[in-house]
Write a protein that binds this ligand. Structure first.
Ligand code: PLP
Length: 462
């Protein structure tokens, strides 16, 4: 397809700016030496360009999107209507508080409700994403130990079933990561954990349910071991979609958590748009939060973070209510188990037991017998108008496909998904080459991933 620059015709631009309502100031020193290279296209051309782009990609509005660990649920459009209200969009973060009472009420109510859902006491909305929240939460843990003069705590324990961002955030926060292996049942090995803790333990980062979709049944024992060693417990709450309304991290022994409002609490994500990764903590950590007093870790983002995402999340919570929040999680778990049960026996389940919101299959046997890999199955799903599951993650499962259907898919959609998975598996036996060369019906066919990685073209040559 043509790029916007290739559609450009000099003089055909459609800049329609509102009249200037502030005094004009000449900024000679800052003036460009050359005109900015911008495409000149009419509104019609812009509209066609983006429609063409939209047709070449896949979103939740096109079909199922069972991308594990990403919670690609359908996001009610009413959230967008709420976030577009002028009272929320036409404000300035520096305007006096008494003129922004409604917005402050949104933040306060969202904090209250999210604290109630998670069992935390305070929350900051500054972090812009999950990983940003992890970093912020770890700085709270660090501030806590430093403030007590307990500076020898240099290590964060991270089980190998954690999300990949966990160890990365710990390193960013200046910690050494102690990686501990999971047992064959996917849970944390308590003996290994006991042996790993000590006076140098700053804390534990745990994703629960973990990246294989299992809720660690020893959770209370795990958090107790860390507390007894003097460390704090960090809960990666990006997978809260499996447990909200059912259990609370605050009751499981966690001191700090982050949430992904752009997963669990219904904001479109995946295209690099704004996210929100609020961090909640217990009362004894509140003085270290980004926006408060002398002991604060300092700002991690301007003002209140991506405020409009909080508006969408609050709208979603208020719309669902206590019952609805619980039902959303229960249906997410039910859908995942329906899918898992219908596929097991044909596909090899990495952990064949009741899962939470997602499960992991292994294509190791198919790879060995038919040379059909997890990647090939993922590509073949595109021909059914289905987005592939997460591939090759978690790392502890070979040829992994991680499937998270979410609660917003109907039984009919799940049955379509099951039919696609089963047909692909059958085809892999009778005509493996067909699956190896999929997709066949999309505008863009199988890409040369090696060339894309080795010779990435990241800039347009004018
Ligand atoms: C998505 C996810 C993250 C990271 O969130 P981002 O917003 O992508 O930074 C962290 N942990 C888990 C378990 C996740 O699923």
């Amino acid at each position: 397809m043509k790029l916007l620059f290739e559609r450009s015709v000099p003089g055909c631009g459609c800049t329609i700016l509102p009249a200037c309502d502030v005094p004009l100031v000449e900024l000679d020193a800052a003036k460009r030496e050359q005109a900015l290279h911008l495409p000149e296209v009419s509104e019609n051309e812009i509209s066609r360009h983006y429609t063409e782009l939209a047709k070449e990609t896949h979103g939740v509005n096109d079909g199922s999107y069972p991308l594990g660990s990403c919670t690609m649920k359908y996001n009610p459009k009413i959230n967008e209507v709420a976030a577009a209200l002028p009272g929320f969009t036409k404000i300035h973060p520096l305007q006096p508080d008494h003129t922004a009472q409604g917005c402050l009420e949104v933040l306060q109510t969202a904090e209250k409700l999210l604290c109630e859902i998670t069992g935390m006491d305070r929350m900051t909305f500054q972090p812009a994403a999950g990983a940003h929240g992890e970093f912020t939460g770890l700085l709270l843990i660090k501030a806590y130990h430093d403030h007590r003069g307990d500076t020898k705590r240099t290590k964060i324990i991270v089980p190998d079933s954690a999300h990949g961002t966990n160890p990365a955030s710990a390193v960013m926060a200046g910690y050494q990561v102690i990686n501990i292996p999971s047992r064959a049942d996917g849970c944390v090995d308590l003996e290994v954990l006991r042996a790993a803790v000590g006076e140098d333990t700053a804390g534990l980062m745990l994703t629960n349910p973990n990246t294989v979709g299992l809720f660690d049944k020893n959770i209370l024992e795990i958090t107790r071991i860390i507390h007894e060693a003097g460390g704090l417990n960090y809960y990666d709450g990006a997978n809260l979609n499996a447990v909200m309304g059912l259990v609370r991290p605050g009751d499981m022994g966690f001191d700090v958590i982050h949430l992904n409002l752009h997963k669990t609490f219904s904001t479109p994500h995946g295209g690099g748009g704004p996210g929100s990764g609020p961090v909640g903590c217990k009362a004894f950590l509140q003085d270290y939060l980004p926006e408060t007093g002398a002991q604060s870790i300092g700002r991690v983002k301007a003002f209140h973070g991506n405020f409009l995402v909080v508006v969408k999340a609050l709208n979603y919570i208020l719309m669902l209510g206590r019952e609805g929040i619980l039902q959303a999680s229960q249906n997410a778990v039910l859908n995942a188990n329906y899918l898992r049960k219908k596929l097991s026996g044909v596909y090899d389940m990495a952990y064949d037991e009741t899962c939470m919101h997602e499960f992991v299959m292994s294509l190791e046997q198919e790879k060995h017998e038919e040379s059909v890999s997890a990647l090939d199955v993922a590509k073949a799903l595109l021909d059914y108008g289905i987005h592939p599951p997460t591939m090759y993650f978690p790392l502890i499962v070979h040829e992994a496909l991680m499937v998270e259907p979410t609660e917003t898919e109907s039984k009919e959609n799940l049955d379509e998904l099951i039919r696609a998975f089963l047909e692909i598996h059958e085809k892999a036996k009778t005509d493996p080459e067909y699956i190896r060369s999929a997709p066949h019906t999309t505008t863009i066919k199988r890409l040369d991933e090696v060339a894309a990685a080795r010779n990435p073209k990241l800039r347009y040559e004018f």
